[in-house]
Write a protein that binds this ligand. Sequence first.
Ligand code: COA
Ligand code: AMP
Length: 604
Amino acid sequence: MSRYHETYARWKTDPMGFWAETARAIDWIKPWHEVYARKEGLDRWFVGAECNTCWNAVDRHVKAGHGDRLAVIHDSAITGAKATYTYAQLLDEVAALAAVLEDLGIRKGDRVILYMPMVPEALFAMLACARLGAIHSVVFGGFAPPELATRINDAKPKAILTASCGIEPGRVIAYKPLLDQALDIAAHKVESCVVLQRPQVTAELKSGRDHDWADLLAVARGHGRRADCVAVKATDPLYILYTSGTTGQPKGVVRDNGGHMVALKWSMDAIYGIKPGEVYWAASDVGWVVGHSYIVYAPLLHGATTIVFEGKPVGTPDPGTFWRIVSEYKVAALFTAPTAFRAIKKEDPEGNFIRKYDLSSLRTLFLAGERADPDTVKWAETQLKVPVIDHWWQTETGWSIAANPVGLGMLPVKHGSPTVAMPGYDIQVLDEGGHEVKRGTLGAICVKLPLPPSCLPTLWGNDERFRKSYLSHFPGYYETADAGYMDEDGYLYIMARTDDIINVAGHRLSTGGMEEVLAGHPSVAECAVIGIADALKGQVPLGLVVLKSGVTKPAADIEKECVGLVREKIGAVAALRTVAVVPRLPKTRSGKILRGTMRKIADK
Ligand code: COA
Ligand code: AMP
């Protein structure tokens, strides 16, 4: 029998009591005087409390006598590098790096941008910021310099931590030249850059501003420097994570310290069914929210072991890589995006690589980031012979809005549905007038306010954009911008975005942002970018451009230049491979481009 229904009912009857009780799993420096308060229309959790996220993720486990337990496993399927860190070793790394940041003048509330590949130092850096109460903002390594510059201008960091390179299959990407370009474009001036030199590329350091990571660490260690945890308010920001909005200007999602810890710690047990000491692997990237929540914070807050994996599900070197990792490190739960499974299924349809490995440790596979198509789910269930759990969430929430809570006892799986609302979320499907629709009817999926702990309290430096983007369309509700329906059993079905966000290989991208780039091409008069269905990536962007009159350049050249421009301005991750010159774009009488109609035609 699942304890889900009783747990959800307990939350609904006494939400504040539920969260106050759940919060007992966290070490607080000072208790809250209000579990929840709405200040100027914005939700705040654990008001008055003081805490430190790094303490809860690292120090407390060492203090409790678990210093020898494995905290972090690094495995690069690309370079062959492997490393492990116990909680005691993690504490040593983080406290020393935090001392380095302190020596660079980083203090509580300062912002630090991290532009890092999947190396353990990325985690050390996030935790070192948390230790000092500094606010980190991780920028995904696949973003191009203009995207990095936009984030630098918005977050105004005092320092940037980076590595000399990221490594993609068959391609080493030198990060420092990209960072230098971004710093040249950005209006905000950064005081220090700290560069982790990887063996594949040695970055050139500019005097004054740039520092060698290992050198600074050696100096700090030489002086016996270790930074202590700084008390921060539960409501102080832990990080800013930029995510695609409807324009080229990304939204700086703010995550607070207190509520985030409470929700994530609860989720490890209740949703993922993981016990402290077990190995939990989120095969994502620290640049995305899944990486923040489930590579770094949740497993460590829970005292579990996390895996930092550098590689791809296929081609590094084969579609058996995931299974090698699961068997080698005895992974109990794997969390990834459906696209990774589609990639594996394409290369290993019979599951021959799966049978090469002992996967007896694996209890559950979790999927999120995009719609889990029933074919892929069925294939994974048949091949792995473990439950395959789809769950739905967003950068804005930091944890599941809907899931099948394995730890509370699994509910029956319905293919195509991420199952039911988690405690904290009163999910309602609304019509345009803001009225709840009948079960089974498509509508806008909304969450009745307040949002639970961990959800964004605001957008960085822009309360107004936060209210306008999420709270204004349906007063009293948070608008998820996902459309779908709920069935008679309360199971949700997430069908489509209601805005111009597309989901490419589990990566959230703005077609509006791509249109802004295409519109900047000197020969382009107008353009549209739409997401079209793709068997591997779920969706891929397609660009359609109308040329200015009198343009004589061959269309094929312009199409190629447009593809290059998006790669240069947004990054390879945008995966815009097709741009077509067209004579006209279909429009309404009032001149609005009919993107929805084009999408339907393309998908047929
Ligand atoms: N740094 C630099 N470039 C990057 C990058 C990074 N961190 N990540 C991706 N890119 C580049 C890729 O090299 C590729 O470049 P190319 O156009 O020159 O080939 C481009 O961005 C697109 O990358 P990707 O979307 O990853 O496509 P792919 O064809 O290389 O791989 C998959 C396809 C399905 C295997 C891959 O997308 C995947 O593993 N997806 C899982 C996604 C995921 O975990 N999402 C997190 C949410 S849970
Ligand atoms: P991100 O903020 O990058 O996590 O992307 C969030 C968006 O991805 C959501 O708004 C959905 O559109 C989509 N998404 C995430 N998880 C799922 C899921 N399990 N099913 C359907 N869509 C999902």
